[in-house]
Design a protein around this ligand. Structure first.
Ligand code: BEZ
Ligand code: FE
Length: 253
């Protein structure tokens, strides 16, 4: 798409978005006081730096679902606001610390014809035993709980990490995002999950997650991003928990 086409597309999307909001205002006969309350809520979201959070909470998975209409490969799933560039390249172990339970992640990456794909660079990131992501404070550097791995000649990688903890979407349960979730009758805890971002030239990048069978909050994810094909039964190999993944990358458009 050239610049001109992108501009035209943006114009159509923004104009439809405004019209869709106006339609909701008319449908509910929204009063000026209610409009101002919504207005103040948006300002509160921005002041609390929760704009990325609220957008990822309600709209990120919708974009992934749209992507899946034209993909045949593995399911795209929310990236969320906690991806960071610059995670260390690791061969077999992602550094963890604290009271964690080891988890071996074993993955086979193939193309849509079943051929293994070597040299796929995969970012992996997950929460620690407090439900926190690294890289957001000086005493919790990016070297922990994040890593990049490369698939071998058979399209495989195996890396040791840890089982993440479930965590609240927002540390401020009654803050501007939390209060929307509460208003809608939801709850704020995300089920345990690991994030993955697969990149390889000539293939469509894939951002996805893995969830764990039997864990809490699978049926009540505030982000509505849990799918059966992303929910995995862990294997027990001589006392070590193992997550086995089969990933299929689509060709680049
Ligand atoms: C996450 O999985 O990290 C996430 C996704 C959407 C909103 C907040 C967090
Ligand atoms: Fe997450």
């Amino acid at each position: 798409m050239d610049n001109q086409e992108q501009l035209q597309r943006s114009k159509e999307i923004v104009s439809d978005l405004i019209e869709a909001i106006r339609e909701v205002l008319r449908q509910h006969n929204v009063t000026y006081e209610e409009y101002r309350a919504g207005f103040r809520h948006l300002i509160e979201l921005a002041e609390a730096h929760e704009t990325p959070l609220v957008l990822d909470c309600f709209f990120n998975q919708t974009i992934c679902d749209i992507e899946m209409q034209t993909r045949q490969g593995s399911r795209s799933n929310v990236e969320g606001p906690y991806f960071l560039e610059g995670a260390p390249l690791v061969t077999d172990t992602i550094k963890v610390r604290g009271n964690t339970e080891p988890l071996l992640i074993r993955c086979q990456v193939r193309d849509i014809h079943g051929q293994p794909i070597p040299d796929v660079l995969t970012d992996i990131w997950f929460a620690d035993s407090n439900g926190d992501y690294s890289g957001y404070s000086e005493d919790f550097p990016i070297e922990y709980f994040r890593g990049k791995v490369l698939t071998d000649q058979d399209g495989k990688y195996a890396v040791l990490g840890s089982i993440p903890k479930e965590y609240p979407m927002t540390s401020n349960e009654h803050g501007p995002t939390g209060s929307i979730i509460e208003l809608l009758g939801g709850q704020g805890m995300r089920p345990k999950h690991i994030h993955f971002k697969y990149n390889k030239e000539a293939y469509a990048p894939l951002t996805t997650q893995a969830y764990f069978s039997g864990s809490e909050y699978l049926d009540a994810d505030p982000v509505e991003a849990v799918f059966d094909d992303l929910t995995h039964e862990l294997k027990d190999e001589n006392g070590l928990a193992v997550l086995e993944l089969d990933v299929v990358l689509d060709p680049a458009e």
